[in-house]
Design a protein around this ligand. Structure first.
Ligand SMILES: [Zn+2]
Ligand SMILES: [Zn+2]
Length: 418
């Protein structure tokens, strides 16, 4: 098996790998990096591959996949749940950045038509190779991908989280001997807080804000995080109104059809029943003056209804804002955290609402990553990718020292064979 890294080498973004297993050639992910303009991985001719295997829907893994669907010779392999969520995320991507993208809606539709739905934990044939998708614990439907060819076995983690959350089970750690492991490194150099404490703190903050007559805004990614926070509130019997807006509503409907991917489907259904789904502007204007929790999409606070919510919530010191996902340096969410400032209609505005950060991550922290490595069987070569340069390089070094394995943070375009 030969693998070449096309993206996500010493960076978070545009994950992509080219795999050659005998005469079978395919890609693992083909994402995008969101800078001033979208940046794609190293280019590959569609005729040079027969398939794209997609770990999960996030654009840093899926954003470039439609590029390979101008013709008819490539198929997409993913879990059914990932496939449906990817469709709505790429539709949204086309709406926001359409003119900058090297594909159109037609290619997305063709990709959906050419999708082979892979059931988790089942071995599937792909030319001369066999592939298996196993739970990655990162978002519902997200998978790690195991590739077998000629007695050699490699695992690509995509994004993963070993810990259970309210919404889903943690990543699987049982795949036999490996010859090659490509692992994400996002939080290899930092630990997450204890999950239980974090949930309690978050619910406590929500109560405080509502009980002093304020509204708590929770800007959350529409895929997974929004649903997770809804379930956290209801699992802790939060007694006040919880409302949800934006693209998260579409995700709710999809998740209802794929409850087998959820840790506790009954909790999810109960939480949905108790949550108000917001679809009209009259309701939005009313809710920002109602003591309640508002879960709104756009994790980075750019675009969508959350811009309206933010400008309203910012005005009153009784209100609160819970930052629940990683904020890219330079993003509006980050300057909100660091300086308490935000842009309202293009004008820098001081935020009076109380801002708190909660580290609800969909990724394994340092402790879980090392635990994951310690349970790997065989003595695989290891590539550390999908992290800041420091996180990838140090992680590889620590794996070499602690486990005596041949680990490395590859550079863009580098290849490896097993
Ligand atoms: Zn992800
Ligand atoms: Zn990622």
């Amino acid at each position: 098996v030969d693998v070449r890294v096309l993206g996500s080498a010493r960076e978070v973004g545009r994950s992509a790998f080219h795999v050659k297993a005998g005469s079978t050639k395919f890609l693992l992910d083909y994402g995008v990096s969101m800078r001033r303009e979208p940046v794609f991985p190293i280019h590959v001719q569609p005729r040079e591959i027969s398939a794209v295997l997609l770990t999960h829907s996030h654009l840093d893994h899926s954003g470039g996949t439609p590029i390979f669907f101008f013709g008819d010779n490539v198929e997409l392999l993913s879990t059914p749940l990932t496939s449906e969520i990817t469709k709505i995320l790429i539709e949204d991507f086309l709406n926001l950045s359409g003119p900058l993208l090297p594909f159109e809606y037609l290619e997305l539709l063709n990709m959906m038509k050419k999708t082979r739905r892979i059931i988790p934990d089942h071995l599937s044939e792909l030319g001369e190779a066999q592939v298996k998708f196993v739970n990655a614990g990162h978002t519902p439907g997200a998978s790690m991908i195991l590739v077998e060819h000629n007695g050699k076995r490699m695992l690509y983690t995509g994004d993963m989280n070993s810990d259970d959350s309210q919404l889903q089970l943690g990543a699987s750690n049982d795949f036999g001997d490996l010859d090659l492991l490509i692992t994400e490194s996002t939080y290899s150099q930092s630990d997450h807080p204890n999950r239980r404490d974090l949930e309690t703190e978050f619910v406590q903050f929500a109560k405080e804000v509502v009980e002093r007559g304020g509204t708590l805004l929770v800007p959350a990614f529409s895929v997974g995080r929004a649903q997770e926070l809804m379930c956290v509130l209801h699992a802790h019997s939060f007694p006040y109104t919880v409302a949800m807006d934006g693209m998260a509503l579409k995700t709710n409907e999809i998740l209802l059809r794929f409850q087998e991917y959820l840790r506790d489907p009954a909790l999810f259904r109960r939480s949905l029943e108790k949550t108000e789904m917001v679809t009209t502007w009259s309701r939005r204007r009313k809710l920002v003056e109602t003591p309640c929790v508002l879960i709104s999409p756009a994790g980075m606070l750019v675009g969508g209804a959350s811009v309206f919510y933010l400008s309203e919530i910012a005005k009153n010191r009784n209100n609160g804002i819970a930052i629940v996902s990683f904020q890219v340096p330079g993003s509006p969410g980050r300057s909100l955290l660091d300086k308490g400032m935000t842009l309202v209609n293009g004008k820098p505005t001081h935020v009076k609402a109380e801002i708190k950060r909660f580290d609800f991550s969909g990724h394994s922290g340092r402790k879980e990553l090392f635990n994951f490595i310690s349970r790997i069987k065989g003595s695989p070569k290891i590539w550390t990718v999908h992290g800041e340069p420091e996180s990838c390089v140090k992680f590889a070094e620590e794996i070499r020292n602690q486990f005596g394995l041949d680990a490395k943070a590859p550079n863009l375009g580098e290849s490896i064979s097993v």
